[in-house]
Structure formats: C-alpha cells, structure tokens
Design a protein around this ligand. Structure first.
Ligand SMILES: *Cc1c(COP(=O)(O)O)cnc(C)c1O
Length: 223
C-alpha cells in the first residue's frame, strides 16, 4: 500500500465518474486522513459515533463526514450538528430522533433507508414494505428536518458473485419502486449506497451511486 492519497487516486481511476467514492477511515489514525485531505480528498465515513465525534473534533472542519454504521438513537445528538449523511437509517424511531436533533441543530439531516438484503440475520435494515408504511404514514408527513435521499444495503459476505449480484439487484429495484411511488419529483432522492472493498465491482455493475471502501484504501483493520 502506498500513501492513502495515492490509494484513493488509483481507486477513482478505476470507477466511473458518476459513482461517488466514500473512503471509510474507521479504526485508522488521523494522519492517514490528513494525508488524503492534503491532496484534496475531504469525504470520509465512520461507523462508530464516538470515533466519528473524536475525529470531527481533532481534524479540520472542511471534512465531510458520513456515518455508515448502525446508530443507537440516544447517540444522534452527538453527530447531528455536523454529519453530512447517515447511510444506516433502519427504523422510524431513528428518523424521528434525526428530525428532533436536526431541528435543535438548525439543520436538515440527510439519510438513506438501509434495506436488509443479505441472508445473514445480523445485518440491520428495513424490508421494502416497512419503508412504504413509513412513507404512507401521517407522522412521516410532519417530518421537516430530515431529507431521505436514497437507499443503502450490504450484501451477504460470500464469494458467490451470483448471490451478491442478486441482492444488489433487489436493492436497486427497491430504489426504483421508492423513486416512482414517492420521490418522482424529488431530485435529491438519487443515491444507492452499495459496494465495499470485496464487492464494489458487482455493485457498480448493478447501479451503485456510492461505494463505501475501507480496507482496499486504508489497509486491513486490526481488531
Ligand atoms: C467498514 C464498512 C465498510 C467498508 O468495509 P471494507 O470491506 O473495509 O471496504 C463499508 N460499509 C460499512 C457499513 C462498514 O461498516
């Protein structure tokens, strides 16, 4: 592995321009993020609130932070003042807390509906019907400080490309359904966050607009 900025640059060269790369810097030190930032890369994702808040406080404020992990609603208040996009919105309760904390912070918070597409039971996420239920509800109509701008999903961890490809197809198709039923005139509803270091090529083939890449840029993580 070279410098982080080199790794990001070579990643950008191998993906289409309409796919946004979100480098996932979790567990990695500030100096790696600073190296990238010095070369103009200013978007990063984290999956733990405490680490995200610490890095936000320690690093320059022009970095755009994405929260990609599961989030407990009592932690929303810590990130609401600065986070750019929450990829893992997986309950109506969380949307309501987002709305409340965003209002307090005087902001609009962007979110993605996380769908449960993998066969593993441990991965979080909605079924399509649950999202339709939320969007049809009277309570959702009163949400003012949350902007849902797309979907996110994680495929099963397997070497079987057919399985991964089928799951990403499902996610894409749910995105299309949501778009045509609820967001047809909403230009901001356009994101499909799918693809990680091990499956981003399949994800891009299946219509991803955002890939979340950790180890392929920053190196393996040590537990
Ligand atoms: C860690 C993480 C990633 C990046 O994983 P890699 O396999 O290292 O690329 C992407 N998305 C989420 C939600 C993560 O927690």
């Amino acid at each position: 592995m070279g410098l982080i900025s080199d790794n990001i640059q070579s990643f950008l060269e191998k993906i289409p321009e309409n796919v946004q790369l979100i480098p996932i810097s979790k567990t990695k030190p500030n100096d790696m993020i600073l190296d990238a930032r010095q070369h103009g890369f200013k978007v990063f994702g984290e999956n733990k609130v405490q680490e995200l808040v610490r890095k936000y406080e320690e690093l320059p404020k022009d970095i755009q932070w994405h929260m990609v992990g599961h989030l407990q609603s009592n932690k929303m208040k810590y990130i609401a003042p600065f986070v750019h996009l929450l990829h893992g919105v997986d309950s109506f309760k969380l949307i309501k807390i987002m709305n409340k904390e965003a209002k307090k912070a005087g902001r609009i918070l962007n979110g993605l509906f996380q769908l449960h597409i993998a066969s593993e039971e441990t991965k979080f996420g909605f079924s399509p019907d649950e999202i339709f239920g939320i969007l049809d509800s009277r309570e959702y109509a009163e949400i003012e400080n949350v902007r849902m701008i797309g979907v996110m999903g994680m495929a099963t961890l397997t070497n079987d490309e057919k399985v991964v490809s089928k799951e990403f197809k499902e996610l894409y198709s749910t995105y299309r359904d949501l778009k045509s039923r609820y967001f047809q005139n909403d230009e901001s509803f356009k994101e499909i966050s799918m693809g990680m270091s091990g499956d981003f090529e399949i994800a891009i083939k299946e219509g991803s607009s955002m890939i979340r890449i950790g180890s392929a840029i920053f190196g393996e993580r040590h537990k």
